[in-house]
Design a protein around this ligand. Structure first.
Ligand SMILES: Cc1cc2nc3c(=O)[nH]c(=O)nc-3n(C[C@H](O)[C@H](O)[C@H](O)COP(=O)(O)OP(=O)(O)OC[C@H]3O[C@@H](n4cnc5c(N)ncnc54)[C@H](O)[C@@H]3O)c2cc1C
Length: 421
């Protein structure tokens, strides 16, 4: 190495060192700045909306799309990573039942989405004109992955904003409706809204407000869905499932417990049967959680007799379907009977400006075992979307909106209203 080379190398080393020291200085400065941010109590984002939908599952995304289409400024807050809830994340991608006794009884947005996703997936739709021998024959095999993406597209088209990985932490009543403070990782959001639609499955917002909820000591088992030894064909075949007894979705600790128990059982099964695990849903599907105590309660007698409530907003159709430790023996409905869902079963008793939709509908345990299915949850979601939108528009509550207006808007958006043709 000559002298010039030596000087050049020394200069280079000094420049490099200076550069890295400067780099370190910059890095440590930004580190210090980043640490100061979380100490602020202010939300980073504020939304002023007409309707806040909490939970973007089976009922929730339909409620939000309906509210958006009817002109309400709508935000959906979902604690998971996609829309669809039990239908997609839970993997129960065989929604039913949209038909009863040879004709369609639930249509609207839920059906539009199921139909469109099946057609795009080149799948098969059941023939509703034919009364099946077994109820499950008219469940619709749906591609869970495609369905979740389509739901996002429909929300975007309806102008619905989506906030994933967030959930409400505090809910406060205001003169105009609600202030809902939500958290997500690295995010604090304040939502000011006129109406809340609680579609969390277990009526979590209703619980946060201290309004009464119902739940028995004994619950139906949850299930983990997976595929062992054969490929999962989304939208084509049934998926394997394994009971998770005691599954409880009350909070993150009990849900963690259910997931750990379910996955442990699947690992044991893999070892026992020596087959490859080809597919596994990310979390346990919960059949039974909290229901609200509503302005009315649907009893199993109302359900099986096909009572047409004065304020019916949707049909429901499925056997009474209570899973126990030893399995399930569905009790089909008597020929011609088609249950209905009253608006008042979606309204928490004594509440204002909040409505629910989904499996948390106010009902006794046996009625709920039939009402909880997906087509019925979608029907409730659409009705809740309509009622909340009309209430936000008129500055009233979902219960005060004239039923005729709810029915008219539901029909305008393609839903079948009981007793109206
Ligand atoms: C194993 C199993 C098999 C089933 N079989 C069938 C069947 O064959 N056919 C059928 O039609 N139905 C079936 N069902 C019933 C049906 O799938 C569910 O009852 C229905 O999907 C529930 O819809 P939901 O909208 O009430 O709740 P979900 O679809 O569970 O949606 C709740 C959503 O809220 C979100 N959430 C919860 N808490 C919060 C919070 N605090 N903040 C933000 N987001 C929150 C969740 O992440 C989820 O996305 C089955 C259910 C299970 C579990």
């Amino acid at each position: 190495m000559n002298r010039n080379e030596q000087t050049g190398r020394r200069d280079f080393l000094q420049r490099s060192l200076a550069g890295s020291v400067a780099g370190l200085t910059i890095a440590s400065t930004s580190h210090v700045m980043a640490q100061t941010v979380p100490h602020s109590a202010d939300p980073e984002i504020t939304n002023d909306v007409d309707v806040l939908v909490v939970g973007g599952g089976t009922a929730g995304h339909v409620a939000a799309i309906q509210a958006g289409r009817a002109g309400a400024k709508t935000l959906i807050v979902e604690r998971n990573s996609q829309l669809g809830g039990t239908t997609t994340t839970g993997g129960v991608a065989f929604p039913g039942l949209f038909d009863a006794w040879g004709k369609q009884v639930i249509a609207g947005i839920g059906w539009e989405m199921v139909k469109e996703s099946v057609e795009l997936d080149e799948g098969e739709l059941p023939n509703f004109a034919k009364v099946p021998q077994h109820h499950w024959q008219n469940q619709v095999y749906t591609n869970q992955f495609l369905y979740a993406i389509l739901a996002e597209e429909k929300c975007a088209q309806a102008g619905v904003e989506i906030a994933y990985y967030e959930f409400p932490q505090a809910v406060t009543r205001t003169d105009e409706g609600w202030q809902v403070d939500c958290v997500g990782f690295g995010t604090r959001r304040r939502v000011r809204c006129k109406q809340i639609i609680d579609c969390t499955g277990g009526a979590e917002v209703v619980g946060m407000l201290g309004l009464p909820r119902l739940r028995e000591e004994e619950r139906q088992p949850g299930s983990f869905l997976f595929m062992l030894g054969q490929e999962h064909q989304p939208g084509r075949n049934q998926i394997h499932r394994l009971y998770v007894h005691g599954a409880d979705s009350t909070n993150s600790r009990t849900a963690t417990e259910a997931n750990l128990t379910g996955r442990k059982s699947i690992l044991a099964k893999v070892r026992r049967e020596g087959k490859r695990l080809m597919h596994l849903q990310p979390e346990t599907g919960f059949r039974e959680t909290y229901r609200i105590e509503g302005e009315t309660l649907v009893t199993v007698n109302d359900y099986t007799s096909g009572r047409v409530f004065d304020d019916a907003i949707s049909y429901a159709f499925y056997p009474v379907d209570l899973h126990t430790k030893t399995g399930v023996r569905p009790k089909p409905l008597q020929p011609g009977k088609v249950p209905t869902i009253p608006l008042r079963a979606l309204i928490p008793k004594g509440s204002r400006n909040i409505i629910v939709a989904g499996r948390c509908v106010s009902s006794d345990r046996l009625a709920n075992s039939g009402l909880r299915v997906q087509a019925s949850c979608m029907g409730m979601g659409q009705a809740a979307g309509v009622a909340a939108t009309l209430a936000a528009r008129s500055g009233s509550t979902p219960l005060e909106v004239p039923l005729s207006e709810i029915h008219a808007l539901l029909r305008e958006h393609g839903q079948i209203v009981p007793g109206m043709g």
